[in-house]
Design a protein around this ligand. Structure first.
Ligand code: ZN
Length: 657
């Protein structure tokens, strides 16, 4: 552990709250300390209220904020006095506590204070830092974790046995901390949960955290439980995308909604999955109870989803009596699979969630292996994990529901998506919650959108092996394919038939027609496995119903593609796959149409640029985004009873109508 404190950087964050923001971000930068909303920090500041009286306000991390990116408004200002009083109550339910915390805010617009707010309040220090450091967990999650912590820290920390986070923990700490703290105390270790440090200023509290966790790391090193090496993973010998899509289908059916399924096959995950003692290691439970909300209590070993579901229902039935109020069972699908052939598979409603599960799982593997080196990993009993998985506040969130975008958990592939209509289709799909695989020959595609739910693949669509590789990469990253948007194509310069070479004809047919056949054929098994039925949208052309002179190859290729789509609609309907076509015309906001080209074409027709752009029945401009919105809608509920349709999007064309 190394302190990341930097005087120049720190000076950019003036005031007590500014300093709190700065060192919170330093903690957040180190994933071995906190991950994805984990951990919390606070500072106590004396401030005058409206009546001029000085009050102590606890600024504590608000829920929904991440330490790494937190800003001043991410700290909820709560009056300290009522919080300290709450800590003297014998009992307080979580919903009551959440209500009391909100009522003690000095800013009605502030986020909900952390569930550890009362605990922060009761520690008599200006700055308080709390993390779920990997090194601490590796030591406390062993059979004699307490003795080891005593050996490492002596009287410099107070040790708190595990109780459920929230009011019970705050209550226990308010009792045990003052009874056990002395002048040497700089921290507090919560067994099987994490560690607190505190100080008079932000730097002192932060650097104590670094120093305390550093001691735990040194202890692990001394006991040969720090460095873990993994042998290289053997490569896969054959494509597995159809197996992956079938597995995702089963997971989605079990969950009751489509899921994103990411496969992580590498040295760490494969050697873990292939350990002879994997059932013992992975069958213990999560590192800290809050992980259960992302990962569920146990991973699925292998791929027997039905057995996992049965075991989950059994676990729910066995533990539901622990709650005083009736509980609604969460979906019984696993979020983590550990498989000797696939390595680690992570599941989420969104690609981002699946990525969070991956991060947690990788840390979990490291910590479990370190604890194993120390003599054996030991997690909390199932009941304690259940209490957090089903605690009131989480159940309330579940009851409140909240609408998710329509394509959440689904996967779309768009060809020719680095610019123009293709790029707009990617945006329309992302906006509807889908994860998207974007294909383009332009290498810019790889960095077009930097987000967990986008995979850009540089790909020449006329290369069948490259198309198959892209489908394979998409299945590893997201789990399969639900929607296919065939957009890539070329519009060659105007050539009359009398001078059209066979080579030019072939080139256009190859790209506009043959490549789409290859992709449809190879995507079919994946689309067939789509949880809600596959969908294909063809970006056709007005030239299909109304061809133009000089565009023989283009018009013929698009017309043939149109027939291909109609036949696919007939052949694939029984598999629940819908195939529909849009016929755009005169979409000028694409790379093809530079301002100069538009101006010269307008002049050619004796029109102003504006009149040329809106030269249709409705006198409207047709933009890439209009075409993309239509393509995306065709994949949605509105078109759920429609296949084989052709919809013009051209502002009305008198030759088509
Ligand atoms: Zn915690």
């Amino acid at each position: 552990m190394k302190s990341l404190w930097n005087d120049a950087e720190a000076a950019q964050f003036p005031g007590d709250l500014g300093q709190r923001v700065y060192t919170s971000r330093l903690l957040g930068r180190d994933k071995t300390l906190v991950m994805h909303g984990g951990g919390n920090t606070s500072v106590k500041i004396d401030e005058p209220n409206l009546f001029g009286e000085i009050e102590t306000i606890l600024y504590v991390k608000g829920s929904g904020w991440d330490l790494e990116t937190i800003e001043a408004p991410g700290f909820a200002p709560v009056r300290l006095k009522p919080l300290l009083r709450l800590a003297t109550l014998d009992k307080l339910s979580d919903p009551q506590m959440a209500n009391e915390l909100r009522c003690a805010l000095t800013n009605a617009a502030a986020p909900n204070p952390s569930v550890e707010a009362i605990l922060h309040a009761s520690l008599p220090y200006k700055y308080v830092d709390h993390t779920h450091a990997d090194a601490i967990i590796a030591i406390t999650n062993t059979a004699n974790g307490r003795e080891r912590i005593e050996e490492i820290y002596g009287d410099s920390v107070v040790i708190i046995p595990y109780v459920m986070p929230g009011f019970k923990l705050a209550r226990l700490c308010a009792e045990l901390f003052p009874a056990n703290a002395n002048e040497n105390t700089v921290g507090m270790v919560l067994l099987k949960h994490g560690i607190f440090s505190f100080g008079g200023d932000a730097r002192e509290s932060y650097e104590r955290m670094i120093e305390l966790v550093g001691r735990a790391e040194a202890y692990l090193q001394k006991h040969n439980a720090w460095t873990i090496t993994f042998p290289d993973a053997p490569p896969l010998e054959k494509p597995i995308r159809e197996e992956l899509a079938a597995l995702r289908r089963e997971l989605s059916d079990t969950a009751g909604f489509p899921v994103i399924m990411a496969t992580h096959r590498d040295a760490q995950t494969l050697s873990y999955a292939r350990r002879p003692d994997i059932a013992t290691l992975a069958g213990q439970g999560p590192l800290t109870p809050d992980h259960v909300l992302n990962t569920k209590r146990l991973p699925l070993l292998g791929r027997d989803v039905a057995a996992y579901k049965a075991a989950y229902i059994e676990y729910f039935e066995a533990n539901k009596g622990r709650s005083e109020s009736p509980l609604t069972m969460l979906d019984p699908a696993p979020r983590v699979l550990i498989d000797p052939e696939l390595g680690l598979v992570t599941v989420g409603r969104t690609a981002k969630q699946a990525a969070v599960v991956e991060d947690i799982s990788r840390h979990t593997i490291d910590v479990i292996l370190r604890a194993t080196q120390l003599g054996g990993y030991q997690a909390l009993p199932a009941g304690d994990i259940f209490d957090v998985e089903y605690w009131d506040l989480e159940q309330a969130k579940l009851r409140a529901g909240g609408k998710t975008p329509p394509f959440t958990g689904e996967i779309a592939l768009v060809t020719g998506s680095a610019s123009g209509i293709g790029k707009a289709c990617v945006q329309a799909m992302l906006a509807r919650g889908a994860a998207v695989i974007g294909l383009d020959i332009n290498p810019d595609i790889e960095t077009l959108f930097k987000r967990a739910d986008f995979l850009g693949v540089r790909c020449d669509v006329t290369d069948e092996l490259a198309l198959q590789a892209a489908l394979e990469a998409g299945a590893h990253r997201f789990g399969g394919l639900d929607m296919l948007v065939l957009n890539a194509g070329i519009f060659p310069s105007s050539t009359p038939i009398k001078s059209l070479s066979s080579a030019d004809w072939d080139r256009v047919m190859h790209l506009n027609l043959d490549s789409n056949l290859a992709l449809m054929r190879d995507a079919y098994p994946l689309l067939k496995a789509a949880p809600r039925g596959g969908r294909v949208v063809i970006i056709g052309s007005k030239n299909v119903p109304a061809p133009g002179p000089g565009a023989a190859a283009y018009s013929a290729s698009k017309a043939a593609l149109n027939q291909l789509a109609r036949v696919a609609a007939l052949e694939w309907g029984a598999d629940g796959i819908r195939v529909n076509t849009v016929h755009p015309n005169a979409v000028f906001d694409t790379a093809l149409w530079t301002d100069d080209v538009i101006a010269s074409r307008a002049k050619h027709y004796g029109l102003s640029v504006e009149a040329y752009k809106t030269n249709n029945v409705l006198k409207v401009e047709v933009r890439s985004s209009d075409v993309a919105e239509m393509a995306a809608e065709m994949c949605g509920a509105l078109f759920s009873r429609t296949t084989g349709a052709q919809v013009p999007i051209d502002g009305g064309n008198d030759r088509v109508i």
